[in-house]
Design a protein around this ligand. Structure first.
Ligand code: NDP
Length: 405
C-alpha cells in the first residue's frame, strides 16, 4: 500500500504512470502533477483504460504544480502525503523537488541529473551535496533511475556482483534503430537531447576525463535486433558515478547511434545558431533559440504512433574472473511499436519510464531504502534485474561479444 507522486506528464511520465498501474500491489495510489494539468488528465484517461486491461485497482489523481516552486511542491506533498516523489519533469527541477522532499521528509527518485538552465553542463555535484541532509532526515534519494543512467548502472553492479572479480573497462552502447518518419525530431525532450549531443564528448580513463570534440569519435557496431549502425562517443552522466562506484575501473565510454540525416540537420541548426542556449532579443522580448526550436519540433510524446523499429541499449564489460580475462555484454532490445501498443509511448520513453517505476518500487518495498543520496549502482541489483524481466525490459547476456576498439 503506497502512494507515489509523479511530477511531469511527458513521454517518460506517461510510461511510468502506466507501469505503476501495472504494479498495483505496490502502487495503490498515484498522483500525476505537472505544469499543464490537462496533460495529466489526458494521461490519467489513458491509464484508466490500461488499468482495465491489466486488472489494476490503482487510484489516480491529478494536480497542477510548478516544480520550480518549492512552496507549491511542499504544499502539494503535504496535502497528498506520498511515500515517494518520482521526478519525471526536467533536470532543471531536480533541486527544487529535492528541497521539497527534504522539507516534508519524503523519499525522492529521478532519471536525469541536475543541470542549471543557463550552462549546458550536467554533473552530480549539486545533488551529491544533499547527501548529509537526506541522511539526517532519514530519507532516500535514488538518482538516475532511467535506462541510461539507470539500468546501465544496475547492469554494472550486477556484472560486478556475479560475473567479475574486477571490471576494468565498460562501454555503454545506446542504439535507437527506430524510425519516426519525420526529417528531424528528437526522441525525448528536444532541449535536453540537443544540449547533450551538441556538447563536447568525454570519457573516463586512468583516473581522469579525456575530452573530445562533439561527435569526434565514431564507430560502427552490429546491434542484435537492429543491425549495423554508426555510433558516436558522447559524455554521459553515468560515467561520473560509475567511475567512482565500480572499483578497479580503468576506462568507461558511452556511445550513442545517430543517423546521417539527424546529424546533418543538427549541424545546420547549430550553424545558424538555433541550438544556442544564450538568450537573444526577438521582437522586443528575450528568447532562448533552443527553447524556440523545441516549440517548433514535434513533441516527443507524439512520436509513439509513428515510430517503428527497435532500441538496443547495454554495457560491454571487460575485466577479470578467477585470474582470467573475461568479457560480458548485457543488453535489452525494445520494440517501439510494442511499447506504443502497451502504454501509448515509444521505446525511448518506455525504457526510461519502466526503470523509474521499478526504482520507486525498490524504495517503497524497502529493498533500496537507505537514508542518503545514491546512484542506482550503489544498491543490490538483483531485485531490480528480476523486475526488469517482469515489467517489460527483459535482458540478454552475451559472453563473447564483439568489442569496440
Ligand atoms: P517531456 O518534455 O516529454 O516532459 C517533461 C514534463 O515535465 C512535461 O510534462 C512538462 O510540462 C513537465 N515540466 C517541465 N517543467 C516543469 C515545471 N517547472 N513544473 C512542472 N512540470 C514541469 O520530457 P521526457 O518525458 O522526455 O523526459 C523526462 C525526463 O526524463 C527528463 O529529465 C529527461 O532528461 C529524462 N530522461 C532520462 C533518460 C534516461 O534514460 N535516464 C532518457 C530520456 C529522458 P509541460 O508539458 O507543461 O511542458
Amino acid at each position: 500500500m503506497s502512494r507515489a507522486l509523479i511530477i511531469g506528464a511527458g513521454g517518460v511520465a506517461g510510461a511510468a504512470a502506466h507501469k505503476c498501474c501495472q504494479n498495483h500491489e505496490v502502487f495503490t495510489d498515484i498522483m500525476i502533477a505537472s505544469r499543464t494539468k490537462s496533460k495529466c488528465d489526458k494521461l490519467k484517461e489513458s491509464c484508466e483504460e490500461y488499468k482495465k486491461k491489466v486488472g489494476s485497482g490503482t487510484n489516480i489523481e491529478t494536480a497542477e504544480v510548478d516544480a520550480d516552486s518549492v512552496p507549491q511542491l511542499t504544499e502539494l506533498i503535504k496535502s497528498y502525503k506520498p511515500d515517494i516523489v518520482i521526478n519525471l519533469a526536467l533536470p532543471y527541477q531536480d533541486l527544487s523537488i529535492m528541497d521539497a522532499c527534504l522539507e516534508t521528509g519524503v523519499d525522492y527518485l529521478d532519471t536525469a541529473n541536475y543541470e542549471p538552465e543557463d550552462t549546458a553542463k550536467f554533473e552530480y555535484k549539486w545533488q551529491w551535496a544533499y547527501r548529509e541532509r537526506f541522511k539526517e532526515k532519514g530519507i532516500t534519494a535514488v538518482l538516475g533511475s532511467g535506462f541510461d543512467p539507470g539500468v546501465t548502472g544496475v547492469f554494472s553492479a550486477y556484472a560486478l556482483k556475479h560475473e567479475f572479480d574486477e571490471i576494468n573497462y565498460i562501454d555503454i552502447l545506446d542504439c535507437n534503430g527506430g524510425d519516426h518518419g519525420y526529417p528531424f525530431a528528437t526522441n525525448f525532450n528536444p532541449e535536453i537531447n540537443i544540449r547533450e549531443v551538441s556538447a563536447k564528448g568525454s570519457y573516463w580513463e586512468n583516473g581522469g576525463w579525456v575530452e573530445t570534440e562533439p561527435m569526434e569519435i565514431k564507430r560502427s557496431y552490429d546491434f542484435d535486433g537492429v543491425g549495423v549502425r554508426d555510433m558516436y562517443l558522447l559524455h554521459h552522466e553515468e560515467l561520473e558515478s560509475l567511475a567512482l562506484n565500480i572499483k578497479g575501473i580503468k576506462r568507461i565510454r558511452f556511445f550513442m547511434t545517430f543517423g546521417e540525416s539527424y546529424l546533418t540537420h543538427l549541424k545546420c541548426l547549430e550553424n545558424v545558431g538555433m541550438t544556442s542556449i544564450k538568450p537573444i532579443m526577438f521582437e522586443g522580448r528575450e528568447i532562448v533559440p533552443l527553447q524556440f526550436l523545441k516549440a517548433v519540433l514535434p513533441d516527443p510524446a507524439s512520436l509513439g504512433p509513428r515510430t517503428v523499429g527497435k532500441t538496443n541499449i547495454g554495457c560491454i564489460f571487460t575485466g577479470k574472473k578467477d585470474g582470467k580475462d573475461k568479457t560480458y555484454y548485457l543488453y535489452n532490445v525494445c520494440d517501439h511499436r510494442e511499447c506504443y501498443n502497451e502504454v501509448g509511448s515509444q521505446a525511448v520513453s518506455y525504457t526510461t519510464g519502466v526503470p523509474a517505476m521499478i526504482g520507486a518500487a525498490m524504495v517503497l518495498t524497502g529493498k533500496w531504502k537507505k537514508p542518503g543520496v545514491y546512484n542506482v549502482e550503489e544498491f543490490d541489483p538483483d531485485p531490480f534485474m528480476d523486475a526488469l524481466n517482469k515489467f517489460g525490459l527483459p535482458w540478454t547476456e552475451n559472453r563473447s561479444p564483439k568489442l569496440v576498439d
